[in-house]
Ligand binder design. Structure first.
Ligand SMILES: Cc1ncc(COP(=O)(O)O)c(CNc2cccc(C(=O)O)c2)c1O
Length: 442
């Protein structure tokens, strides 16, 4: 029985939906009509807890009037202005505000419109920087298995989620991957940071041995892989990766599109782990998911390394029509005000333990093979059915939705990242609905 039926008036043929089983979805579409705080309301009037902050992006919760007002005001005042060879003050203000909360030294901001664009921007900056400092032989980019870095050709190539690559034959040349760190054998049901696996960072040494350091420009990792269903890094892993990258002149890029802006109870994952990358890619929470926007945070070393040649020359032939869009800047500034006024960049730290214990209370339910958590991220993994990976996951996700909980799934794992305004009562509801669904679905 599905509680959501396609409204008679809705024509669904023309919209080709992203990352969706279109034919299955359009038979019984799940449609949100509105949102406020922690909840969506469906087109048939049901309230649904947002267990995943939309797509890991509505960190301050839904319906923030402050952002809406800022956007309306901006549109009526300056709807669009170029940032190519022209500018508008808001872009500079927004960059300064982001630099204030950035991990130490990452205070040069390049605006984009999405996480994918941030990733491709960071990869291009890495290549341009190495060339600018006379290391032009460093043309190789290293990603990681199970990594997700968006859908541009760059992000797809360094990414390691096989389904996201398979249909697109042309990947960037020279890309290689280090191993992922998920270890069901040694780390199943680990709370926060797994004990085992730091030695996997040594894969970067193997890349150097195989390819030569002088061919490698950068390595990019999500500090906590999100899309592949939340894989907290083993203790010491990121520190070791930083040390190896430094040893060989390889730039380290943290893809913080999900972990940025308070997700771990710190402004960024770099703060949580005490490891500072050379660049950081962000999007999602930067405008609370309201207006598309992304940003690459680069170190002075990288920025200044490209500020050379005659002053009249363009230092980086890269950028987007909508880079630093006035509306995105207005939404972003209002969002940063909310994060600051309500302490949302660190609020997650005070709830992380409660969240952890609530998630791990599901251990022992039928088919549950792993539970992972860090900050206000978490995932519950169930064993796949014999009829294929993801079938059980899909049935649990639909059951949750029918009973008032929206969450993301990746294969047979349920990924959760509630808005950072979440209260303990919401956490209880999320875990209760998910637990009941896991018990109900064979
Ligand atoms: C780490 C990371 N890097 C880049 C991107 C791409 O961002 P854009 O989509 O804005 O181009 C992402 C996006 N991550 C993402 C996007 C949509 C759904 C899910 C999911 O896990 O359900 C995850 C991401 O998580």
């Amino acid at each position: 029985m599905t509680l959501h039926q396609k409204p008679n008036t809705l024509q669904t043929d023309s919209f080709w939906m992203p990352f969706t089983a279109n034919r299955q979805f359009k038979k019984a579409p799940r449609l949100f009509a509105s949102a406020e705080g922690m909840h969506y309301t469906t087109v048939d009037g049901r309230k649904v807890i947002d267990g995943s902050a939309g797509l890991w992006c509505v960190n301050a919760g839904h319906g923030r009037r402050q952002i809406a007002t800022a956007v309306e005001r901006q549109l009526m005042n300056l709807d669009f202005a170029p940032s190519f060879n022209m500018g508008h003050p808001l872009a500079f203000d927004f960059a300064e505000r982001l630099a204030e909360i950035a991990p130490k030294g990452l205070d040069r901001i390049f605006f984009t419109n999405s996480g994918s664009e941030s990733v491709d921007t960071a990869l291009k900056i890495a290549l341009a920087y190495q060339r600018a400092i006379g290391q032009g032989t460093r043309t190789r980019l290293i990603g990681r298995e199970r990594g997700y870095h968006g859908v541009g050709f760059g992000g797809m190539s360094v990414g390691g989620m096989v389904a996201n690559r398979r249909a697109f034959a042309t990947h960037l040349p020279g890309v290689d991957h280090i191993r992922h760190t998920h270890d069901l054998g040694r780390n199943a049901f680990a709370k926060d940071i797994p004990e085992h696996g730091a030695e996997l960072a040594d894969d970067l040494e193997r890349m150097v041995a195989l390819h030569g350091a002088d061919t490698i420009a950068a390595v990019i990792v999500e500090p906590v892989p999100g899309s592949t269903a939340v894989l907290p890094p083993p203790k010491g892993y990121l520190k070791r990766l930083r040390e190896i990258a430094d040893k060989h002149g390889i730039l380290l890029i943290f893809d913080e599109v999900i972990t940025g802006f308070g997700r771990l109870g710190t402004p960024f994952a770099a703060d949580y782990f005490g490891v500072t990358p050379d660049m950081m890619t962000t999007a999602k929470g930067i405008t609370n998911g309201t207006v598309p926007c992304g940003a690459v945070f680069a170190s002075r070393k990288i920025h200044d390394g490209l500020m050379n040649g005659p002053e009249g020359t363009i230092e980086l032939f890269h950028g987007y029509t909508y880079s630093a869009h006035p509306t995105a800047c207005a939404a972003g500034l209002a969002t940063l005000d909310i994060y600051k006024d309500e302490g949302l960049l660190t609020r997650g730290a005070s709830l992380a333990e409660y969240w952890r214990d609530a998630l791990h209370s599901l251990k022992g339910l039928p088919n549950v093979v792993d539970i992972r958590n860090i900050g206000l991220m978490g995932a519950v993994e169930v064993a796949p059915r014999k009829d294929g990976v993801g079938a059980r996951g899909y049935d649990v996700m639909v059951d949750c939705f029918n009973r008032g909980l929206y969450l993301r799934m990746s294969g047979d794992s349920f990924a959760m990242s509630p808005p950072l305004i979440v209260e303990k009562s919401h956490i209880d509801d999320i875990v209760s609905i998910l637990g009941d669904a896991i018990k109900r679905v064979a």
